[in-house]
Design a protein around this ligand. Sequence first.
Ligand code: ADP
Ligand code: ADP
Length: 232
Amino acid sequence: MIKLININKRYGDGPQAVHAVRNINLSVSPGQIMGVIGESGAGKSTLIRCVNMLEQPTSGQVLVDNQDLTLLKANQLPAARRNIGMIFQHFNLLSSRTVFANVALPLELAGMSKAAIKNRVHELLELVGLSNRAHTYPNALSGGQKQRVAIARALAPKPKVLLCDEATSALDPNTTHSILNLLKDLNRKLGLTILLITHEMQVVKSICDRVAIISDGELIEEGEVAWFFANA
Ligand code: ADP
Ligand code: ADP
């Protein structure tokens, strides 16, 4: 579902350049949950942002659902990105919009009719357990509820892939647990393929099928989580 081939990412030029991602090859099969773990500055965020081309790799190929995103023109990217949802550490909700309106946003941008949006948003809020919060503003929600809204918004265009950029790092342990359970649930129910980055081994242990370890921009190990913990 996701295939990264020889990805390099350099920020800047010359002696000041930072080689943030070095020759990384990584594949995630349909329906798999892959965790990328590494210390701060290892290149995790750069790598995951290459998957939906929020960062343009300096070289290499990014295949998502058999489409090479590096070959697309700027005006072709929005359609390709509808197949790739993303959630973030700090949720990135719009504070001036209600929960309903946050989740509706990608559907409005895609030109869906008002009636269809209404149905779809209610279906999504039910999926993440927030049906009774449609008219609340983000400021009145807990961190876990905010992340549920962000998940509903990310899934609105029915993507096959969800990218999670430190999605539980701002949450307490109990809330982290409930969000990870939700992600696992969505993975099973929808067949959603998930690529997540984290600095916490516990996150990998609790929901990932496979794990990739990166350090100084390089992938140093990749394998099944069960195998990894049996041998670690
Ligand atoms: P991680 O997510 O593992 O903490 P990042 O991908 O954020 O790692 O960063 C990898 C390296 O790239 C770090 O040295 C960081 O300082 C550098 N970096 C990240 N973003 C930029 C940027 N926009 N411009 C220049 N350097 C950057
Ligand atoms: P059903 O069993 O009704 O065919 P699914 O189990 O496939 O539906 O999905 C349950 C709900 O999630 C449906 O409302 C569907 O529209 C929605 N859904 C299906 N796939 C995705 C996806 N990739 N992202 C977000 N929502 C989805």
